[in-house]
Design a binder for this molecule. Structure first.
Ligand SMILES: Cc1cc2nc3c(=O)[nH]c(=O)nc-3n(C[C@H](O)[C@H](O)[C@H](O)COP(=O)(O)OP(=O)(O)OC[C@H]3O[C@@H](n4cnc5c(N)ncnc54)[C@H](O)[C@@H]3O)c2cc1C
Length: 444
């Protein structure tokens, strides 16, 4: 049996008091139905949090007639940010790898700028470490030259922008490389990215959550969305009458239903399932084949010894078609080094144990640029899961991964859909939040 009781959902799951939430909002001037919330964001990872915060702040500054809470953030786990957003390298990427026309490049560069400013403004832990991409062979050198040429060409027509706003890169001479990072081997060259850094992803998410709640947003944790019904339809697009979300709170026997004028699917590894709840449901609307995600695990390896010492992020030259950026060396904010992620196709997105069988290959990859590593001290640590839009081999044609999908879903009203938000999703999160806010409020 389904109950249509928002307070019930609230008492079971929400972190904050819900005074005023029972008040209802008009879907639109012409619609007679009323919605519990203006916007519902599904998925409390870093991207969903950034989107929810942007929408809540926008709504809190807009003139709204109702005292109802403007944004509901629904997260299936009992806390935010426990999936991919807390299982990554925490690198603030420059935006070097995705091509001039891609949304990934656009939101990575914009997101990086916003993120540095955000961290400074709100005291989120971060450091501009810089990053070296190292080549050992002429082929790898060629790969570095292509990255450099891309960065130069990307600057073309953007000369008015500050260095930090584009892709600042420089070549490091062999002497300088030896002086700065004596432990690093780079037989065929080093390209340095000056704008790369690291961020405390947990601090970032907690700060976003605080800002979201300060703007009147409501987090419903422990609230998996299990079914979605677009309202309206007939001669109008599905969703023009708003959206009904069926939620099965953890531990509850019954579903609860909430309504919202617009919805944002930011469900990460669960985004295809959420997409299919809409397109494969009973409401009339564009259906098409169900969406499917594929999963590529990234295993990390810890390293406790203090030697060899390295103070820059070290990435091997990219190997097109192999997937990922190669088993690289990153630093945490305490200066500890860790290695990974590697790239392993799996079928189960919950298969998150670091795979010890991958250690020998990782050691070989790491030794190519850090020959002095004590391999016996490397331990399988944790793993993250990439939500891939194409299956193994699917990206082989142009050797590029598919772009992020961030769009108002055609044929529907009030549904912004986010799919395939893999790396650099952490870096891009604030820019994606900004973009979704524009899609919701001005349609572009
Ligand atoms: C190994 C690895 C390394 C990476 N390294 C970096 C890096 O260094 N820098 C960088 O910029 N990016 C990196 N990324 C990418 C970055 O981590 C992700 O792009 C980002 O965390 C995605 O955030 P998200 O909010 O979209 O997804 P998630 O963090 O997965 O959040 C989605 C949320 O939706 C919830 N959810 C799902 N289904 C439902 C449902 N039905 N109802 C309610 N809630 C639901 C989930 O519980 C989850 O909390 C890396 C990714 C991986 C896998």
């Amino acid at each position: 049996m389904i109950t249509r009781s928002l307070p019930q959902l609230a008492h079971v799951t929400c972190r904050r008091g819900l005074t005023g939430v029972g008040a209802i909002r008009l879907f639109s001037a012409s619609a007679s139905q009323r919605a519990d919330f203006t916007h519902a964001v599904i998925g409390g990872g870093v991207v969903g949090l950034a989107v929810a915060r942007a929408l809540a702040e926008r709504a809190s500054t807009a003139q709204v007639s109702s005292s109802a809470s403007p944004v509901l953030l629904l997260e299936r786990h009992s806390d935010v940010g426990t999936e991919t957003s807390s299982r990554n390298s925490e690198v603030i990427h420059a935006g070097l790898y995705y091509g001039a026309e891609s949304l990934k490049t656009q939101v990575c560069i914009r997101g990086r700028q916003l993120l540095y400013k955000f961290c400074e403004q709100y005291g989120v832990g971060h450091r501009r470490t810089g990053k070296w991409i190292v080549a050992q062979t002429p082929n790898q050198r060629h790969a570095l030259e292509k990255i450099y040429a891309f960065a130069q060409s990307y600057r073309g027509g953007r000369e008015h922008l500050e260095d930090d706003e584009v892709l600042p890169l420089r070549w490091v001479t062999a002497d300088e490389a030896k002086r700065r990072e004596p432990a690093i081997r780079a037989e065929a060259g080093v390209l340095e990215s000056l704008s790369t850094g690291i961020v405390d992803s947990h601090g970032l998410m907690q700060t976003l959550l605080g800002l979201f709640e300060d703007a009147g947003g409501v987090l419903a944790a422990g609230s998996p969305v299990v079914r979605i019904t677009p309202l309206g339809g007939g001669s109008d697009a599905p969703g023009s009458g708003g959206w009904q979300l069926h939620v099965k709170p953890i531990g509850a026997a019954e579903e609860t239903v909430v309504t919202a004028e617009t919805i944002v699917n930011a469900a990460g590894l669960g985004a295809a399932a959420v997409h299919n709840m809409i397109t494969q449901g009973d409401a009339a609307g564009p259906t098409g084949p169900p969406r499917k995600l594929y999963y590529a695990k990234g295993n990390y390896f810890s390293y406790a010894p203090s030697q060899p010492r390295v103070s820059t992020l070290i990435y091997p030259a990219p190997d097109p078609g192999v997937g990922g950026l190669g088993t690289h060396l990153t630093l945490d904010l305490a200066g500890r080094i860790r290695f990974g992620p590697d790239f392993e196709w799996v079928t189960d997105p919950t298969d998150l144990a670091a795979n010890a069988a991958r250690l020998p290959a990782a050691i070989e990859a790491i030794k190519s640029y850090l020959p002095g590593i004590d391999a016996s001290a490397l331990q399988p640590d944790y793993a993250g899961m990439r939500p891939k839009l194409l299956p193994p081999g699917g990206a082989a044609k142009d050797k590029k991964d598919p772009d992020f999908i961030v769009r108002s879903e055609p044929g529907y009203k009030g549904w912004v859909n986010l799919l395939g938000i893999e790396s650099p999703g952490l870096t891009s999160s604030l820019a994606i939040g900004e973009m979704v806010e524009k899609l919701v409020y001005s349609g572009s």
